[in-house]
Design a protein around this ligand. Structure first.
Ligand code: 5GP
Length: 110
């Protein structure tokens, strides 16, 4: 069964796509928690950090986050989040990086 995010990658479900290349799709979160809330998703179906393969250039997600943060004008900072598993608050079992910005973040997160 394709994940929700694979369906978005395959254009079976619409999304507000802001970036795409051979490895990654990035689109705006449907329930944004800040003025900028983008999900950066590898096109390969990896369930999450816990099942990340030993090899593979997953730092690439961070490179895309940096690029999109610059494009979105987040020069005062932003937050990158990966939720893992039930206690981590992960709801979609397809690895994704949240890029959140445009307001002052608080710590600790809820
Ligand atoms: P997680 O909770 O797994 O870390 O993050 C999943 C994110 O996907 C949530 O922030 C949620 O709002 C977002 N999301 C869930 N369904 C959809 C959808 O159909 N379209 C988009 N653009 N985002 C979604």
């Amino acid at each position: 069964m394709a994940t929700l995010f694979t369906k978005i990658i395959n254009r079976e479900i619409p999304a507000d796509i802001v970036y795409e290349d051979d490895h990654v799709l990035a689109f705006r979160d449907i329930q944004p928690v800040a003025p900028v809330h983008i999900l950066i998703v590898p096109k390969t179906e990896i369930a999450g950090v816990a099942t990340l393969p030993e090899s593979g250039d997953h730092q690439y997600l961070l490179n895309v986050a940096k690029l999109l943060a610059e494009r979105e004008g987040l020069s005062n900072g932003y937050r990158l989040v990966i939720n893992q598993g039930e206690e981590g608050g992960q709801s979609v079992p397809h690895l994704h990086l949240h890029l959140i910005g445009g307001r002052k973040m608080t710590w600790p997160p809820g």
